[in-house]
Design a protein around this ligand. Structure first.
Ligand SMILES: *Cc1c(COP(=O)(O)O)cnc(C)c1O
Length: 387
C-alpha cells in the first residue's frame, strides 16, 4: 500500500475494515492544535471560545471543553450539546440573527456568559424575558464594521450588505438603549467579519475600527468590560501537511494593535482553525468512468457528507490512499448524489485510480460532519477516531 504521499499517517488496515464513507478524526492533532492556541492566547491574556457549528461531534466537543476553551453558539441545540460536553455556561457566547424565545430562555436559565445581540428588537425581547425570569441578561452588541474580508460571498459576514450585526451608524442608539434597559447588563461589543480569512489585513482593519469605537465611547464616558473579535482564521486547504496549523502566533499578535483599556478582556471565537485539519473524509471509488473528454472517479462519498465544494466552490486536497501506481492521472472526483454540483474536484491529479481504492478528502474537520445531510435518503457518514 502506498501511503507515502501523505505526511499524515492513516491507519489503512482499520480503514479497509470500515464501511465507507466516514470521517476520520486525528485526536492527537486536535490536542496539539488546542495546545498551540492556548499557548499564544493565554500568554496574551485572551479568552478563546470554540465555534461549535464548525464541528459539534460530542467527542470533539469534550476534548475542546477539557482544554479550557469556552463555547460560541448559534442555536439552542448547540447550547445543549455544549453543556453536555462540559463547557461551563459562563464560558458561552450565543450569536445569531434569529434567536427564538425558547433559545433565549434556555440561555437565561443556564446563565450563559453573553448574548451577542444582532438587532434592537432582539435586545428588547431579551430584556423582557430576563425581566419575566427575574434575572439580568449579559449582552454584547454585534457590530457590523463594514469590512470586506475578501473571502467567498457566502462566508463574508461583516459588510453592510449582509444580515449580521448592527451598522456603525445605528450602534450608538442601540448601546444607549442597552444601558437604559433594566434587565440588560451591557458587557461589550462583538464582531465577526467572515471565515477562511488567510491575510491579516482585514483583521488589522477590524482592530482600527475597534480602537476608533473605544475612543468614541470613552469620550462619552462609556467603558466596555470586553471586546469580542469573533473568528474566521483560515487554514491551508491546498497543502495541509505543510501547514497542519495556521499561524496562531501572527494571528493573536495582530490583535495587540487594539488599545485595550485597563481590565478590558479580548475574546475570540475560533471554529475552522481549531478542527479543520484533524478531520479527513474517507470514501471508496465505486466506478472509474471514461467519457469523451474526462475520466470520472465516482465515489461513495458525496455532497451529503461534505457540502463545502458544492456550496462554496471550496477546494480540498484529495489523495488516493491505496493506489499501487506512482503515475498521476487527472480525474473529476464526484459523488453519487443527483445534483450536478456534487463534485469534489475538477481535473484533480490522483495516482492511477481503480474501483475500490480508498480516497482521502483532507482538511474536512470543519463544516464537514456538521453540515452533513440525508438528502437522497442517504445515511449519515460514519465516524472513526484515532487513539
Ligand atoms: C461561525 C462563527 C464563528 C467561527 O468562524 P470560523 O470561520 O469557523 O472561525 C465565530 N463567530 C461567529 C459569530 C460565527 O457565526
Amino acid at each position: 500500500m502506498d501511503n507515502q504521499q501523505c505526511h499524515q499517517v492513516f491507519p489503512l488496515e482499520a480503514f479497509e475494515q470500515a464501511a465507507t464513507p466516514f470521517y476520520y478524526y486525528d485526536l492527537k492533532m486536535l490536542k496539539a492544535t488546542l495546545q498551540e492556541i492556548k499557548h499564544f492566547a493565554t500568554a496574551a491574556g485572551y479568552v478563546v471560545h470554540y465555534a461549535v457549528k464548525a464541528n459539534g461531534n460530542a467527542r470533539i466537543l469534550s476534548e475542546i471543553a477539557r482544554a479550557g476553551l469556552g463555547a460560541d453558539l448559534v442555536s439552542g441545540g448547540e447550547m445543549r450539546a455544549a453543556i453536555k460536553a462540559g463547557f461551563s455556561a459562563e464560558s458561552m457566547a450565543y450569536s445569531g440573527v434569529g434567536k427564538t424565545d425558547w433559545e433565549i430562555r434556555l440561555g437565561l436559565e443556564h446563565g450563559i456568559g453573553c448574548f451577542n445581540v444582532e438587532s434592537l428588537p432582539e435586545l428588547e425581547v431579551i430584556n423582557l424575558m430576563a425581566g419575566e425570569m427575574g434575572t439580568t441578561a449579559p449582552v454584547a452588541i454585534r457590530v457590523n464594521p463594514d469590512i470586506d474580508a475578501h473571502t467567498h460571498r457566502y462566508i463574508t459576514t461583516g459588510t453592510a450588505a449582509n444580515k449580521f450585526g448592527i451598522g456603525i451608524e445605528a450602534l450608538q442608539s442601540v448601546v444607549e438603549r442597552a444601558l437604559q434597559l433594566p434587565n440588560i447588563r451591557l458587557r461589550g461589543l462583538h464582531f465577526h467579519i467572515g471565515s477562511q480569512i488567510t491575510e491579516m489585513v482585514p483583521y488589522e482593519m477590524l482592530c482600527d475600527t475597534v480602537n476608533q469605537l473605544l475612543d468614541d465611547y470613552a469620550r462619552r464616558g462609556i467603558e466596555f468590560e470586553m471586546i469580542n473579535v469573533g473568528g474566521g482564521l483560515g487554514i491551508d486547504y491546498g497543502q495541509p501537511d505543510a501547514h497542519i496549523m495556521p499561524d496562531f502566533e501572527s494571528y493573536f499578535n495582530t490583535f495587540k494593535r487594539i488599545n485595550l483599556r485597563r481590565g478590558q478582556q479580548l475574546h475570540f471565537e475560533l471554529g475552522r482553525s481549531v478542527v479543520a485539519q484533524c478531520g479527513t473524509l474517507i470514501g471508496r471509488v465505486v466506478y472509474v468512468k471514461q467519457s469523451r473528454d474526462k475520466k470520472f472517479a465516482i465515489m461513495d462519498a458525496g455532497m451529503t457528507d461534505l457540502i463545502r465544494p458544492a456550496l462554496y466552490e471550496a477546494h480540498h486536497l484529495i489523495q488516493n490512499l491505496t493506489s499501487p501506481s506512482t503515475d498521476l492521472e487527472t480525474y473529476d472526483v464526484v459523488g453519487p448524489v443527483c445534483e450536478s454540483s456534487d463534485v469534489f474536484a475538477h481535473d484533480c491529479p490522483l495516482h492511477v485510480t481503480r474501483r475500490g481504492d480508498l480516497i482521502a478528502i483532507r482538511s474536512a474537520g470543519a463544516y464537514g460532519e456538521s453540515m452533513a445531510s440525508t438528502y437522497n435518503m442517504r445515511s449519515m457518514p460514519g465516524i472513526m477516531f484515532s487513539d
